[in-house]
Design a protein around this ligand. Structure first.
Ligand SMILES: [Zn+2]
Length: 207
């Protein structure tokens, strides 16, 4: 029996939650074509953020995890290589703009970075798509979204306009979101994958 997966791309369950009251076009993200991943938008009705959160308060991990708890049940066998990507404009715990939330789930918040991107005229969609590449490459490397410690060990502290920049200063998001780039060291660590990706896809200045 041939049990080769029918879809070799990584499937990203993209879950935007709440309102994005600035120039931000979600359909650009949904339509993004990559040889590495496929985007599936997933809507949540009545998220806890809307029901219980006061303006400006943190969308905490327990609320986030409860909101996405049913999504994995809807993943089809064809989507087995998949992870959940939650996007919110609310602050999330620990103040990072993106981090691993749970096994095979990550969250991104515009809260601390949107003003830097807007000031430098970088489309906010860029920052999301850059993270799609970053987490998809980590997934491809380990066949899953790794533990946070593994992610932190892979990222570099210095800013190189690379999707694996740790960006300890949120202001540095402008460098890794201007386009999708991978530095020489990260490309080597990912074997040929990162270099190959850059050659195949027109992923600089993509929005
Ligand atoms: Zn790098």
């Amino acid at each position: 029996m041939n049990d080769k997966p029918t879809n070799s791309k990584i499937n990203i369950r993209f879950v935007p939650i709440g309102y994005f009251p600035f120039d931000f076009n979600i359909s650009r993200i949904e339509k993004w074509k990559s040889c590495l991943f496929k985007v599936h938008k997933h809507e949540i009705t009545n998220p806890l953020r809307t029901l219980h959160q006061k303006d400006g308060s943190t969308y905490n991990d327990s609320m986030l995890l409860e909101d996405i708890s049913d999504i994995s049940k809807t993943i089809t066998p064809e989507e087995q290589r998949s992870f959940i990507f939650v996007l919110t404009n609310s602050p999330v715990e620990e103040g990072w703009y993106s981090r691993i939330l749970a096994p095979n789930a990550v969250v991104m918040s515009f809260s601390n970075v949107r003003n830097y991107l807007i000031k430098e005229h970088i489309p906010l969609e860029n920052a999301v798509i850059s993270l799609f590449y970053m987490y998809s490459l980590l997934y491809k490397k380990d066949s899953r979204i790794p533990e946070r410690e593994v992610e932190e060990a892979f990222l570099h502290m210095d800013t190189r306009a690379c999707i694996f920049d740790m960006t300890p200063s949120n202001a540095d998001i402008v460098y890794c979101s201007a386009g999708v780039g991978i530095c020489y060291e990260c490309s080597k660590k990912l074997n040929i994958l990162g270099k190959d990706l850059i050659n195949k896809e027109p992923i600089r200045n993509f929005v």
